[in-house]
Design a protein around this ligand. Sequence first.
Ligand SMILES: NC(=O)c1ccc[n+]([C@@H]2O[C@H](COP(=O)([O-])OP(=O)(O)OC[C@H]3O[C@@H](n4cnc5c(N)ncnc54)[C@H](OP(=O)(O)O)[C@@H]3O)[C@@H](O)[C@H]2O)c1
Length: 339
Amino acid sequence: MRQIVTTANGDIDVLKVQEKPDPTPRNDEVLIKVRAAGLNFADILARQGLYPDAPPKPCVMGYEVSGVVESAGKDVNSSFAGKSVVAMTRFGGQSELVVVKAAQIFEKPEKLTFEQGAAIPVNYLTAYALLIVMGSLHAGESVLIHNAGGGVGLAALDIAKKVGAVTYGTASGSKHQFLKERGLDHPIDYRKQDWQPELQKLTNGRGVDLIIDPIGGGHWKKSYASLRHTGRLGMFGVSTASANGLSGKLKMLKAAIQMPWFQPLALLNKNRGVFGLNLGHMWHEPEKVAVWMRDILRGVEEEWIRPHVDQAFAFDDVGKAHRYMEERKNIGKVVLTPK
Ligand SMILES: NC(=O)c1ccc[n+]([C@@H]2O[C@H](COP(=O)([O-])OP(=O)(O)OC[C@H]3O[C@@H](n4cnc5c(N)ncnc54)[C@H](OP(=O)(O)O)[C@@H]3O)[C@@H](O)[C@H]2O)c1
């Protein structure tokens, strides 16, 4: 089988497609022939050497796939064989074949293409945990989605619309028209203007009930300051540090230095909440994640979950796919296809 190997820290030339022996499923596992694998921002940070959760290099990244079950171990219900599924993978997803525990697979809704199926797990589970589970977003509340045009951003928009919240989103101006068509109420071009005074203007100086912030560092301070009373800040990424080589290391250091410290008494007196999320640290809680996933897949059937794939790149073009995301060209998901 062919796999995308991140051979070392560096620029896109460290990404190689290599031949490896086919894996064999253990008793409680299934073997999936991958039709599409998700590419995530974490894969870029891992290549840059800025993702502490990444396996040691050389490594195969990839948290999610969709494909067809080729065979199953003896303890797995044999009716899975031949089914089209979506699966979460603890790395290794960017391969022609993967083996995963049966508990990590879900039947792919027929409505979705394989590319759309691979766009579901990371983006939608992250957005669901941020908005529904930890952010407790309610109808009539307001939410600011940073980087609303990215994979997680679009997923969060779908969920916020379903909840019935008023939606604010920061994104490059070129993405605004698309975001409005998807239902974003108030796009803000944060690359041309400071989003904070603009948000204050749009909310009559009150701020919003929930902010989800993957930018990190000092940006979390700005987001925290933009909450109204009973507002919550969800922190889930440090994309501000993304860069190759020494520049990335220095940016990560700067982000660490600028991160806010939250005082319990200040939280109490301002009626604010802060929380963090790392979906990659939920592997020991499969039952919880399965409940979220089932709700998301029900949303696909009900058509309020609408995974948007910007582009599918062949494995051989993985470098182009990384560059495309680093240059912020994608709206929604980028996936990789073996052929
Ligand atoms: N904690 C978790 O469990 C978890 C799970 C998934 C993702 N994340 C984090 O969430 C963030 C977004 O992930 P994603 O998969 O949605 O990524 P994505 O699809 O690539 O979208 C990210 C968007 O963020 C904006 N952006 C801001 N700073 C950027 C930078 N330095 N380089 C490139 N783009 C930048 C760009 O939009 P504009 O053109 O509008 O600027 C870009 O399109 C990342 O920080 C990722 O690590 C965390």
